[in-house]
Design a protein around this ligand. Structure first.
Ligand code: SF4
Length: 501
């Protein structure tokens, strides 16, 4: 049975309270990887959660709370242990006067499951899973299938199974019921629950083993966030780093016991790009495609190196935004009159107390006025400016003028093969390889996800004035480093081209 990815782990407190039982996370992770499921069940995983993960968990709780507000007569099942919760749930389910239960609990064999909402429907009951997403996913079906399976095994058969997700049509200020939409997933969930029932006993057996099952490298390891600290720990230059290596080829290499790029046989079927990357790693040399010179010569001076940070939240922060609409909150611009020669730095950070999209857009147009190239890294800046054209149609002409001047520096970097790139070209990978003296280390905010969450927390009023000022400085420093890194990368690319002459 296949699962696409590892499942988010519950907090250690949640694990502790369910310690004697197999929870949904343990079940799903055991199917994904027996060793991972066993470690979870036996509390061998102590993970520090990133600010982004913590924020998403908080948003999930906020959405769960709002979903409950739609059922003021709902009864929360909040007994101190799973056995009591399951007993109380059964009592309520037998009492026709009680219409809605929150966190109704089911126990079967060694398993525990909780349903977000159990809603009386005619003579039966519907199970409802609340998710802070705008789209249904296979993960949601798996979540509901697990709950349904445990409920069935405990003797409870739901009439229908619904997914309650966020409605993209919701706008701030509308009635709460408009925030949600219901998707009937009964058929998909029932089929998946059938599949799960075939491994019910086996997962229980694995989770109850006295010792950890053997760690075996599989395709799943590629998606596993523990890879570098588990199956991939001692392998230098792993085959998973070969770009777009097909499932068939990956499995064929694993079956032959080949896990390092250095051991891929010369006659192994690879695409031209894959061969170049493999050769680059095996030889440890940097190679530059002749097309790089041409691409760099397209850049017009003075060049404007541009980077945006954006944010998005489940409950929109401002009017006209839908749940999870992404919008720009800040930018940094370095202006150079020749490669590596900085003339000026400009930046903008929106005041989180109100909607500054218009102000940001007008400032951006002004700060980028001129004829030189606007250099971005990836297509993200293009997407953001295109989105602003839709938000502010009266500024479309000026914004389209900016789009015409955009040059993607990442496309230039793709002309370089470097053993440290490992087939990737994100700025966080490329920078230490090409410009080792410039680093994100030591920065309070050092990635886009943290920047996004920081702004959202500021806008939600979750910081005092002192912390706000500290974070404001950290956000400005981070965004400035992004464009400074682009200036230095450009300079390095220029050197690489000239070294070839
Ligand atoms: S790296 Fe592989 S073996 Fe290790 S926990 Fe992840 S999926 Fe399991």
């Amino acid at each position: 049975m296949k699962l696409a990815k590892t499942y988010p782990y519950p907090s250690s407190a949640a694990i502790h309270s369910q310690m004697r039982y197999i929870s949904k996370n343990i079940f799903l992770n055991t199917i994904f990887c027996p060793a991972l499921g066993w470690r979870l069940k036996n509390e061998k995983i102590h993970e520090e959660l990133s600010p982004g993960t913590l924020f998403r968990m908080e948003q999930g709780k906020e959405i769960g709370k709002l979903a409950r507000e739609l059922h003021p007569d709902g009864i929360p099942i909040s007994e101190p242990d799973s056995v009591s919760s399951a007993r109380v749930t059964q009592e309520y389910l037998r009492n026709p006067k009680k219409r809605v239960l929150f966190e109704g609990t089911f126990l079967a064999d060694n398993y525990v499951a909780k349903a977000d909402i159990i809603l009386q429907h005619g003579k039966g009951w519907d199970l409802i899973e609340v998710k802070s997403s705008v789209k249904q996913s296979q993960e949601h079906i798996d979540d509901m299938a697990y709950t349904t399976l445990v409920a069935l095994k405990s003797g409870f058969r739901p009439s229908k199974i619904f997914l309650q997700i966020l409605d993209k049509n919701y706008r701030l200020g509308q009635p709460l019921k408009n925030l949600f939409t219901m998707v009937d997933c009964t058929t998909d969930v029932s089929e998946r629950a059938d599949e799960f029932s075939r491994v019910f006993g086996e997962v229980n057996r694995i989770a109850s083993l006295p010792d950890e099952p053997e760690v075996r490298l599989t395709l799943n390891c590629k998606q596993c966030e523990y890879f570098e600290r588990c199956a991939g720990e001692e392998i230098k230059e792993h085959i998973f780093h070969v770009p777009r290596l097909s499932q068939k080829n990956t499995e064929s290499l694993i079956a032959k016991g080949i896990v390092s790029i250095h051991d891929i046989p010369p006659n192994f079927p690879l695409t031209e790009l894959q061969k170049q990357m493999v050769e680059c790693i095996k030889c440890g040399t940097v190679s530059v495609d002749g097309a790089l010179r041409e691409k760099l010569e397209e850049i017009r001076w003075p060049a404007y190196y541009l980077d945006f940070e954006t944010t998005m939240t489940a409950i929109p922060l401002f009017a006209d935004l839908a749940p999870y609409d992404k919008f720009p909150t800040q930018y940094s611009i370095h202006i150079c009159d020749r490669c590596g020669h900085i003339l000026e730095h400009r930046d903008y950070l929106a005041d989180p107390s109100h909607d500054c999209r218009r102000e940001l857009t007008e400032r951006l147009i002004n700060d980028l006025s001129g004829k030189g190239s606007i250099i971005s890294y990836s297509s993200f800046e293009k997407t953001v400016i295109t989105g602003l054209c839709v938000t502010f149609p009266d500024l479309e002409e000026e914004l389209k003028g900016l789009l015409e001047r955009l040059v993607d520096l990442e496309k230039c970097v793709k002309c370089v093969q470097h053993p440290q790139f490992r087939g990737r070209t994100s700025i966080k990978i490329v920078l230490p390889a090409l410009v080792p003296d410039l680093s994100y280390d030591g920065y309070e905010i050092a990635d886009g996800d943290t920047a996004m969450v920081t702004y959202a927390l500021m806008a939600k009023g979750m910081m005092d004035a002192e912390e706000m000022e500290q974070k404001r400085i950290a956000l400005l420093r981070y965004c400035m480093l992004d464009t400074h890194a682009m200036v230095r990368l450009h300079e390095k690319l220029f050197e690489l081209v000239n070294d070839q002459c």
